[in-house]
Design a protein around this ligand. Structure first.
Ligand code: CDP
Length: 205
């Protein structure tokens, strides 16, 4: 039986950590859909046409090197505006969502476009300052040469591009539950998500 948890929200809101934690807690599979767009964004930086890169995406490409850099994030949000890029990635995401045993997908349009019938939809958010601070700590811990101001500008630019594009803009689904993590520790945010999902799981006899 499939059970889909859709977790959407802006950059560095905590979606990734919450999704991984939820998947580990319930034994669900997890797909970080941002990695698909990041892989296409990286191919584009390397000179490939974005639509061709999306159509040719493979599991090996997702596993190649570090996709979580600031440069690739910007490129990802630019290619994510192109409808044919998004269309090329839909089938893979939907098949993942339907797998037996439960799946968590995190991204921008999971609850609205990819899995409109998901059993659980969360929209995770936080102030742009808090998100930029978290992302700055993450990137600088990996040795990236970034300043807090650059990261804040990057996060805000992507928020605007992601929310204003015409195809699958980032927005909460009408039936999504909002989780603002600005003043929550990651443990508290995860505990809230787990409690909410536990309520929606079918009762086992
Ligand atoms: O980790 P972070 O939230 O910074 O970004 P990400 O989830 O890895 O996504 C990178 C970019 O891919 C986003 O800024 C979006 O433009 C795009 N994306 C999207 O359009 N739709 C998704 N379902 C996931 C990501």
């Amino acid at each position: 039986m499939s059970f889909t948890v859709a977790i959407d929200g802006p950059a560095a809101a905590g979606k990734g950590t919450i999704s991984k934690g939820v998947a580990a807690h319930f034994g669900f599979a997890h797909l970080d859909t941002g990695l698909l767009y990041r892989a296409v964004g990286r191919r584009t930086l390397e000179g490939m046409a974005p639509i061709a890169a999306a159509k040719a995406l493979t599991a090996e490409e997702l596993a190649r090197g570090d996709l979580r850099t600031a440069e690739i994030a910007q490129s990802a949000s630019k290619v994510a505006v192109i409808p044919e890029v998004r269309a090329a990635l839909i089938d893979f995401q939907r098949s993942f969502a339907c797998r037996a045993g439960g799946a968590v997908l995190d991204g921008r349009d999971i609850g609205t476009v990819i899995c409109p019938n998901a059993e659980v939809k969360l929209f995770v958010t936080a102030s742009s300052e808090v998100r930029a601070e978290r992302r700055y700590l993450e990137l600088s811990a990996k040795g990236a040469d970034v300043t807090p101001d650059q990261v804040l500008t990057d996060v805000r630019e992507r928020d605007v591009r992601d929310a204003e594009r015409s195809t699958a803009p980032m927005k909460p689904a009408d039936d999504a539950v909002l989780l603002d993590t600005s003043d929550l520790s990651i443990e508290d945010a995860l505990a809230k998500a787990v409690a909410f999902i536990a309520e929606k799981l079918p009762a086992t006899s």
